[in-house]
Design a binder for this molecule. Structure first.
Ligand code: MG
Ligand code: ZN
Length: 383
């Protein structure tokens, strides 16, 4: 019996470490479960969701990895009750299970949101038979819309990868990087430079990207000032640092992507990921979650500012799954403080929220499935 328990615990540790292995460099050793309002509070602007257009020409899908309702409420509490997310009047819930598991991973979750199918955990843009399935980003390229991906992880990591690559396993970073060359994406910004340049096959994809007409930039200040053309922004050798070090990289990258994509008169599809909310959850670190949640919310602010002026842009904010089984059992909104409990170091199977703003937002309410998201976007963009 004891032996069985030992084997079970070892296999459990192995299972969770498979998912967490990428994050060891960025995760703090000490897990913090109390948040004392140390983050400086920012002001939130109000935007009216009141547009004449019935259908959008642009869709921005924003994914908070590992962002359940509790992660959002932790951010809201820390910012003393206000988030840019508070501007969204249409909301609902999303079922996230994968083809094989009640609890999804980020690869299967993102593939569902990119391709409209259920698949196995670790799948990147492929179905249960490992066959490639066309993504909404690829369909947008075919219709000559602008397309972009922005992420605070490596751009080759599961969430952004599932919108552009087709590989049987999420750990095939170099194969995923090579898939970027097979598409006509206009802009991608995230980490992962080494997956393009330090490769087993000897190819230098940075040079190949330049030959294909992309400007390859590593420096965020140069990315910020890039005004037109195709852009490959590779801001870190692998993953970007956590927000305390990378600062406003996500907001800056999102703004750059919007500047570039809005030049396409036919419209565009952009996916923006707040990747590291998930890593705070894996680390059971409340401070990490709050910092990344607020950073993601500020990127939502950048997008709302654009959408409110553009008037033909649908903004969707959702998540692939919840991480950590987080709950808040003590808190004070006026102080921005709270105390958390976690039930796991992995993901959970609970529904995640979805929010929509702009023309077509009313389609994203009630309880839907993650596979419904791209189907609804395709209808709205006539893909
Ligand atoms: Mg992710
Ligand atoms: Zn995760």
């Amino acid at each position: 019996m004891r032996k069985l328990f030992f084997i079970l615990s070892i296999s459990l540790i192995c299972l969770t470490s498979i998912d967490a292995q990428d994050y060891t460099k960025v995760v703090a050793k000490d897990s913090l479960k109390i948040y004392n309002g140390q983050e400086s509070v920012y002001n939130v602007k109000n935007y009216d969701d009141n547009f004449v257009a019935k259908k959008p020409t642009n869709v921005i899908l924003m994914i908070g990895d590992g962002m359940g309702t509790t992660q959002i409420y932790a951010g809201m509490t820390a910012n003393k009750g206000n988030l840019f997310l508070n501007n969204f009047l249409h909301s609902g819930f999303v079922q996230t299970y994968s083809s094989e598991d009640y609890v999804t991973d980020s690869a299967a979750g993102a593939t569902s949101m990119a391709c409209g199918i259920k698949t196995y955990n670790a799948a990147i843009g492929v179905d249960i038979n490992k066959k490639p399935v066309k993504t909404i980003l690829e369909k947008s390229v075919e219709k000559n819309l602008g397309t972009g991906l922005v992420s605070t992880s490596a751009i080759t990591h599961a969430t952004p990868a599932s919108f552009i690559a087709h590989q049987p396993h999420r750990n095939m970073y170099e194969e995923i990087a090579a898939d970027f060359l097979k598409t006509n994406i206009d802009v991608f910004i995230g980490g992962g430079y080494d997956h393009f340049t330090k490769r087993k096959d000897g190819r230098n994809l940075a040079i190949e990207l330049e030959k294909k007409g992309y400007k390859v930039l590593k420096d965020i200040n140069q990315i910020k000032n890039f005004k037109s053309g195709k852009l490959a922004g590779l801001t870190a050798p692998e993953h970007n640092e956590r927000v305390t070090i990378r600062k406003d990289m996500l907001q800056t990258s999102t703004q750059t992507a919007l500047n570039l994509l809005s030049q396409n008169k036919k419209g565009f599809f952009l996916m923006v990921e707040g990747s590291q909310i998930d890593w705070g959850g894996h680390a059971n670190d409340l401070t990490y979650i709050v910092e990344e949640m607020l950073d993601f919310d500020k990127a939502i602010g950048v997008v709302l500012e654009f959408a409110s002026k553009n008037k033909n842009t649908l903004v969707i904010v959702t998540s692939d799954h919840e991480t950590g089984g987080l709950t808040l059992n003590k808190g004070n909104i006026s102080e921005g403080s709270m105390k958390a409990e976690f039930t796991t170091g992995g993901h959970t199977g609970v529904m995640v929220p979805i929010f929509a703003f702009g023309p077509g937002a009313e389609n994203f309410t009630g309880i839907i499935d993650n596979t419904d998201i791209p189907k609804k976007i395709e209808k709205l963009l006539n893909l």
